[in-house]
Ligand binder design. Structure first.
Ligand code: PEP
Length: 250
Protein backbone atom coordinates (compact mmCIF):
# COMPACT_ATOMS: atom_id res chain seq x y z
CA UNK A 1 0.00 0.00 0.00
CA UNK A 2 1.53 3.33 -1.06
CA UNK A 3 1.16 6.46 1.07
CA UNK A 4 -1.07 8.90 -0.79
CA UNK A 5 -2.39 12.24 0.34
CA UNK A 6 -5.71 11.45 -1.33
CA UNK A 7 -8.06 8.54 -0.62
CA UNK A 8 -8.04 5.65 -3.09
CA UNK A 9 -11.20 5.26 -5.20
CA UNK A 10 -12.02 2.33 -7.47
CA UNK A 11 -15.14 2.75 -9.60
CA UNK A 12 -16.65 0.12 -11.86
CA UNK A 13 -18.22 1.07 -15.18
CA UNK A 14 -20.49 -1.78 -16.20
CA UNK A 15 -21.17 -0.18 -19.60
CA UNK A 16 -24.16 -1.84 -21.37
CA UNK A 17 -23.75 -5.20 -19.62
CA UNK A 18 -25.78 -7.15 -17.11
CA UNK A 19 -29.29 -8.29 -16.36
CA UNK A 20 -31.28 -8.58 -13.15
CA UNK A 21 -30.03 -12.08 -12.35
CA UNK A 22 -26.35 -11.49 -13.09
CA UNK A 23 -26.36 -8.13 -11.35
CA UNK A 24 -27.80 -9.67 -8.18
CA UNK A 25 -24.81 -11.98 -7.81
CA UNK A 26 -22.28 -9.24 -8.51
CA UNK A 27 -23.90 -6.72 -6.17
CA UNK A 28 -24.19 -9.32 -3.38
CA UNK A 29 -20.51 -10.15 -3.69
CA UNK A 30 -19.54 -6.48 -3.52
CA UNK A 31 -21.79 -5.88 -0.55
CA UNK A 32 -20.40 -8.88 1.33
CA UNK A 33 -16.81 -7.79 0.77
CA UNK A 34 -17.51 -4.19 1.71
CA UNK A 35 -16.74 -4.67 5.39
CA UNK A 36 -13.23 -6.00 4.78
CA UNK A 37 -10.08 -4.07 5.65
CA UNK A 38 -9.27 -3.49 1.98
CA UNK A 39 -12.66 -2.02 1.30
CA UNK A 40 -12.37 0.36 4.22
CA UNK A 41 -9.06 1.71 2.86
CA UNK A 42 -10.39 2.03 -0.66
CA UNK A 43 -13.70 3.63 -1.60
CA UNK A 44 -15.61 1.40 -4.03
CA UNK A 45 -18.46 2.28 -6.34
CA UNK A 46 -20.28 0.97 -9.40
CA UNK A 47 -21.77 2.89 -12.32
CA UNK A 48 -24.59 0.75 -13.67
CA UNK A 49 -27.01 1.08 -16.61
CA UNK A 50 -29.97 3.38 -15.80
CA UNK A 51 -32.59 0.59 -15.57
CA UNK A 52 -30.60 -1.12 -12.82
CA UNK A 53 -30.14 1.88 -10.54
CA UNK A 54 -33.04 0.80 -8.34
CA UNK A 55 -31.57 -2.69 -8.07
CA UNK A 56 -28.14 -1.31 -7.17
CA UNK A 57 -29.65 1.06 -4.61
CA UNK A 58 -31.63 -1.75 -2.96
CA UNK A 59 -28.68 -4.13 -2.92
CA UNK A 60 -26.01 -1.69 -1.73
CA UNK A 61 -27.99 0.55 0.63
CA UNK A 62 -26.35 0.64 4.05
CA UNK A 63 -23.06 -0.76 2.73
CA UNK A 64 -19.90 1.20 2.02
CA UNK A 65 -20.23 0.53 -1.72
CA UNK A 66 -21.66 3.52 -3.58
CA UNK A 67 -23.40 3.57 -6.94
CA UNK A 68 -24.07 5.89 -9.82
CA UNK A 69 -24.81 6.31 -13.50
CA UNK A 70 -22.72 6.25 -16.65
CA UNK A 71 -24.09 9.49 -18.07
CA UNK A 72 -26.25 12.44 -17.05
CA UNK A 73 -28.15 15.07 -18.99
CA UNK A 74 -26.85 18.61 -19.06
CA UNK A 75 -30.50 19.74 -18.71
CA UNK A 76 -32.59 19.77 -15.57
CA UNK A 77 -35.89 18.81 -17.21
CA UNK A 78 -37.87 19.22 -20.42
CA UNK A 79 -38.31 17.83 -23.91
CA UNK A 80 -35.11 15.78 -24.07
CA UNK A 81 -36.37 12.33 -25.06
CA UNK A 82 -34.18 9.53 -23.80
CA UNK A 83 -32.15 11.66 -21.41
CA UNK A 84 -31.92 11.25 -17.65
CA UNK A 85 -31.45 14.28 -15.41
CA UNK A 86 -29.20 14.59 -12.40
CA UNK A 87 -32.20 15.13 -10.12
CA UNK A 88 -33.65 11.80 -11.38
CA UNK A 89 -30.36 10.11 -10.51
CA UNK A 90 -30.53 11.70 -7.08
CA UNK A 91 -33.94 10.03 -6.59
CA UNK A 92 -32.05 6.73 -6.72
CA UNK A 93 -29.45 7.98 -4.21
CA UNK A 94 -26.70 7.96 -6.80
CA UNK A 95 -23.37 9.27 -5.66
CA UNK A 96 -21.61 9.31 -9.05
CA UNK A 97 -22.34 10.31 -12.63
CA UNK A 98 -19.75 9.69 -15.32
CA UNK A 99 -19.42 12.63 -17.72
CA UNK A 100 -17.59 12.49 -21.02
CA UNK A 101 -16.65 8.82 -21.16
CA UNK A 102 -14.82 8.36 -24.47
CA UNK A 103 -17.63 6.11 -25.75
CA UNK A 104 -20.08 8.99 -25.21
CA UNK A 105 -17.71 11.44 -26.88
CA UNK A 106 -17.07 9.11 -29.84
CA UNK A 107 -20.52 7.58 -30.45
CA UNK A 108 -22.74 10.44 -29.29
CA UNK A 109 -20.68 13.43 -30.37
CA UNK A 110 -20.35 14.92 -26.90
CA UNK A 111 -18.20 18.04 -27.09
CA UNK A 112 -15.86 19.26 -24.37
CA UNK A 113 -18.42 21.98 -23.51
CA UNK A 114 -21.31 19.49 -23.27
CA UNK A 115 -19.21 17.36 -20.93
CA UNK A 116 -18.58 20.40 -18.72
CA UNK A 117 -22.31 21.23 -18.79
CA UNK A 118 -23.08 17.67 -17.66
CA UNK A 119 -20.58 17.97 -14.83
CA UNK A 120 -22.19 21.22 -13.71
CA UNK A 121 -25.68 19.68 -13.82
CA UNK A 122 -24.48 16.74 -11.72
CA UNK A 123 -22.94 19.05 -9.13
CA UNK A 124 -26.10 21.15 -8.93
CA UNK A 125 -28.08 18.04 -7.95
CA UNK A 126 -25.52 17.00 -5.34
CA UNK A 127 -23.86 14.24 -7.37
CA UNK A 128 -20.14 13.82 -7.85
CA UNK A 129 -19.32 13.98 -11.55
CA UNK A 130 -16.50 11.74 -12.73
CA UNK A 131 -15.18 13.67 -15.72
CA UNK A 132 -13.33 11.48 -18.21
CA UNK A 133 -10.61 12.72 -20.55
CA UNK A 134 -8.22 10.89 -22.84
CA UNK A 135 -6.48 10.94 -26.19
CA UNK A 136 -6.85 8.60 -29.16
CA UNK A 137 -3.91 6.59 -30.46
CA UNK A 138 -3.54 8.94 -33.43
CA UNK A 139 -3.39 11.92 -31.11
CA UNK A 140 -0.75 10.22 -28.93
CA UNK A 141 1.34 9.26 -31.91
CA UNK A 142 1.15 12.84 -33.18
CA UNK A 143 2.56 14.05 -29.86
CA UNK A 144 -0.69 15.80 -28.97
CA UNK A 145 -1.59 13.94 -25.78
CA UNK A 146 -1.17 16.76 -23.29
CA UNK A 147 -2.68 19.35 -25.62
CA UNK A 148 -5.79 17.17 -26.05
CA UNK A 149 -6.14 16.63 -22.32
CA UNK A 150 -5.80 20.36 -21.63
CA UNK A 151 -8.37 21.17 -24.35
CA UNK A 152 -10.85 18.64 -22.88
CA UNK A 153 -10.30 19.96 -19.37
CA UNK A 154 -10.52 23.67 -20.20
CA UNK A 155 -14.34 24.12 -20.04
CA UNK A 156 -14.46 21.90 -16.96
CA UNK A 157 -11.83 23.93 -15.12
CA UNK A 158 -13.66 27.09 -16.23
CA UNK A 159 -16.49 26.05 -13.88
CA UNK A 160 -14.21 27.34 -11.13
CA UNK A 161 -12.39 26.01 -8.12
CA UNK A 162 -15.51 25.49 -5.96
CA UNK A 163 -17.03 23.23 -8.62
CA UNK A 164 -13.86 21.40 -9.58
CA UNK A 165 -13.01 20.67 -5.94
CA UNK A 166 -16.23 18.57 -5.78
CA UNK A 167 -15.43 16.44 -8.85
CA UNK A 168 -13.41 13.36 -9.63
CA UNK A 169 -11.38 13.27 -12.85
CA UNK A 170 -10.45 10.16 -14.82
CA UNK A 171 -7.65 9.90 -17.36
CA UNK A 172 -8.66 7.19 -19.82
CA UNK A 173 -6.52 6.91 -22.96
CA UNK A 174 -8.94 5.79 -25.67
CA UNK A 175 -6.43 3.25 -27.04
CA UNK A 176 -6.28 1.53 -23.65
CA UNK A 177 -10.04 1.16 -23.08
CA UNK A 178 -11.26 -2.39 -23.59
CA UNK A 179 -8.13 -3.35 -25.53
CA UNK A 180 -6.18 -5.22 -22.86
CA UNK A 181 -3.36 -2.74 -23.47
CA UNK A 182 -3.06 -0.52 -20.40
CA UNK A 183 -0.94 2.59 -20.41
CA UNK A 184 2.31 1.92 -18.61
CA UNK A 185 2.51 3.45 -15.12
CA UNK A 186 5.02 5.99 -16.49
CA UNK A 187 2.79 6.95 -19.45
CA UNK A 188 -0.18 7.35 -17.12
CA UNK A 189 1.82 9.30 -14.52
CA UNK A 190 3.02 11.77 -17.14
CA UNK A 191 -0.58 12.70 -17.93
CA UNK A 192 -1.76 12.53 -14.32
CA UNK A 193 1.11 14.85 -13.36
CA UNK A 194 0.01 17.34 -16.01
CA UNK A 195 -3.60 17.13 -14.82
CA UNK A 196 -2.45 17.63 -11.23
CA UNK A 197 -0.52 20.73 -12.27
CA UNK A 198 -3.67 22.17 -13.89
CA UNK A 199 -5.65 21.39 -10.75
CA UNK A 200 -2.98 22.92 -8.53
CA UNK A 201 -2.95 26.10 -10.60
CA UNK A 202 -6.69 26.38 -9.94
CA UNK A 203 -6.28 25.65 -6.22
CA UNK A 204 -7.87 22.18 -6.43
CA UNK A 205 -4.83 19.90 -6.15
CA UNK A 206 -6.66 17.49 -3.82
CA UNK A 207 -9.13 16.31 -6.48
CA UNK A 208 -8.92 12.54 -7.02
CA UNK A 209 -7.64 11.61 -10.48
CA UNK A 210 -8.36 8.03 -11.53
CA UNK A 211 -6.69 6.05 -14.30
CA UNK A 212 -8.85 3.95 -16.63
CA UNK A 213 -7.97 1.62 -19.47
CA UNK A 214 -7.58 -2.15 -19.13
CA UNK A 215 -6.96 -2.06 -15.38
CA UNK A 216 -6.83 -5.54 -13.85
CA UNK A 217 -5.68 -6.98 -10.55
CA UNK A 218 -2.35 -7.82 -12.24
CA UNK A 219 -1.46 -4.23 -13.22
CA UNK A 220 -3.31 -2.18 -10.58
CA UNK A 221 -0.49 -2.11 -8.02
CA UNK A 222 2.08 -0.62 -10.38
CA UNK A 223 -0.41 2.02 -11.56
CA UNK A 224 -1.51 2.88 -8.01
CA UNK A 225 2.14 3.28 -6.96
CA UNK A 226 2.38 6.40 -9.12
CA UNK A 227 2.15 9.61 -7.08
CA UNK A 228 -0.72 11.22 -8.99
CA UNK A 229 -2.87 8.14 -9.63
CA UNK A 230 -5.58 7.96 -6.97
CA UNK A 231 -7.43 4.87 -8.11
CA UNK A 232 -9.12 3.43 -11.17
CA UNK A 233 -12.16 3.54 -13.39
CA UNK A 234 -12.61 -0.09 -14.35
CA UNK A 235 -14.66 -1.45 -17.25
CA UNK A 236 -14.40 -5.12 -18.16
CA UNK A 237 -12.79 -6.23 -14.91
CA UNK A 238 -15.63 -4.65 -12.92
CA UNK A 239 -18.01 -7.34 -14.20
CA UNK A 240 -16.15 -10.05 -12.27
CA UNK A 241 -16.56 -9.52 -8.53
CA UNK A 242 -13.36 -11.26 -7.49
CA UNK A 243 -11.21 -9.38 -10.02
CA UNK A 244 -12.80 -6.03 -9.16
CA UNK A 245 -12.36 -6.60 -5.43
CA UNK A 246 -8.73 -7.61 -5.94
CA UNK A 247 -8.11 -4.28 -7.72
CA UNK A 248 -9.72 -2.48 -4.79
CA UNK A 249 -7.62 -4.49 -2.31
CA UNK A 250 -4.24 -3.49 -3.81
C1 PEP B 1 -13.96 2.08 -19.08
O1 PEP B 1 -14.96 1.66 -19.62
O2 PEP B 1 -13.97 3.19 -18.57
C2 PEP B 1 -12.76 1.26 -19.09
C3 PEP B 1 -11.67 1.75 -18.57
O3 PEP B 1 -12.86 0.00 -19.65
P1 PEP B 1 -11.79 -1.20 -19.53
O4 PEP B 1 -11.35 -1.28 -18.09
O5 PEP B 1 -12.52 -2.41 -19.99
O6 PEP B 1 -10.63 -0.83 -20.41
Amino acid sequence: MTEHARARLVLGNWKMHGNLAENAGLLDALRSAAGSAAASYCQIGVCVPFPYLAQAAAALQGSSVSWGAQDVSAHDKGAYTGEVSATMLKDFSCRWALAGHSERRAYHGESDQVVADKARAALQAGLTPVVCVGETLDEREAGQTLAVIRRQLAPVLALGVDAVARMVLAYEPVWAIGTGRSASPEQAQEVHGAIRAELAALGAAQVQVLYGGSVKAANAASLFAMPDIDGALVGGAALVADEFLRIAAV
